[in-house]
Ligand binder design. Structure first.
Ligand code: 13P
Length: 239
């Protein structure tokens, strides 16, 4: 069965090339799903000139500042000038490797909204939090810290990515995904006036995508490794 109007987002992380972008230029329109590709900054121009128009372009990070002496940083308004429409904020690799806190993530969400980008805000528990039965507590504090002070009418996407499922081939079972997505949805509904799509991310691939995407309150997928292979990503786009 086809699922209508889901969002399929590709996070290429620090991978990809002009060559790969050319391969992706041959992607044909998925019937129902909205497609977003988030390549590294250096491929944003190529993405704009190469990818078919139905694919939206996202970045993987932005500065919390608009401009100024912040060597090496790229602001949301600079991304906007590159025809970027979405930006990943607070991915677990940024939280862990670059020590981004919920407060920093909140500022980045605000900066992206100021520049009319839609932030895709990533949340998710670590393995030790899961094992300590603290999954919902973690999600609660990440949502409170990064989204509670955002205007209730803002356009935002949330991606639930259990850290232990990223790049491991492990995925939560159906009931776990159901429970976390319902929890996130209920919490977001208390604050936002609009329906916030909640993507699932973590070892999603062409084989499991249809099953995951049909779970209640899963608004789409955020795909890492499998989004770097054209045939796999095409299948995911059409699931
Ligand atoms: P994988 O799909 O490779 O597990 O990565 C998920 C992810 O981190 C997407 O942001």
């Amino acid at each position: 069965m086809k699922n209508n109007n889901k969002i399929i987002a590709a996070n290429w992380k620090m991978n990809g090339s002009e060559e790969l972008m050319k391969e992706f230029s041959q992607l044909t329109r998925a019937k129902h799903n909205e497609i977003i590709i988030c390549p590294p900054f250096t491929l944003l121009d190529t993405a704009k000139t190469t990818l078919p128009n139905f694919i939206k372009i996202g970045a993987q990070n932005c500065s919390e500042e608009d401009k100024g002496p912040f060597t090496g940083e790229i602001s949301a308004s600079m991304l906007r000038e590159k025809s970027v429409s979405h930006v990943l904020v607070g991915h677990s690799e940024r939280r862990t490797l670059f020590k981004e806190t919920d407060d920093v993530i909140f500022k980045k969400v605000k900066a992206s909204i100021r520049s009319k980008l839609t932030p895709i805000v990533c949340i998710g528990e670590t393995l030790s939090e899961k094992e300590a039965n603290k999954t919902l507590q973690t999600l609660d504090s990440q949502i409170n810290g990064s989204l509670a002070k955002i205007e209730p009418y803002a356009q935002v996407i949330v991606a639930y990515e259990p850290v232990w499922a990223i790049g491991t081939g492990l995925i939560p079972n159906e009931n776990e995904i159901k429970e976390t997505h319902l929890y996130i949805k209920t919490k977001l509904n208390q604050h936002f006036n609009t329906d916030i799509p909640i993507l699932y991310g973590g070892s999603a691939n062409s084989e499991n995508c249809s099953q995951i995407i049909s779970i209640d309150n899963v608004g789409g997928l955020l795909v890492g490794g499998a989004s770097l292979k054209k045939h796999d990503f095409k299948a995911i786009c059409n699931c």
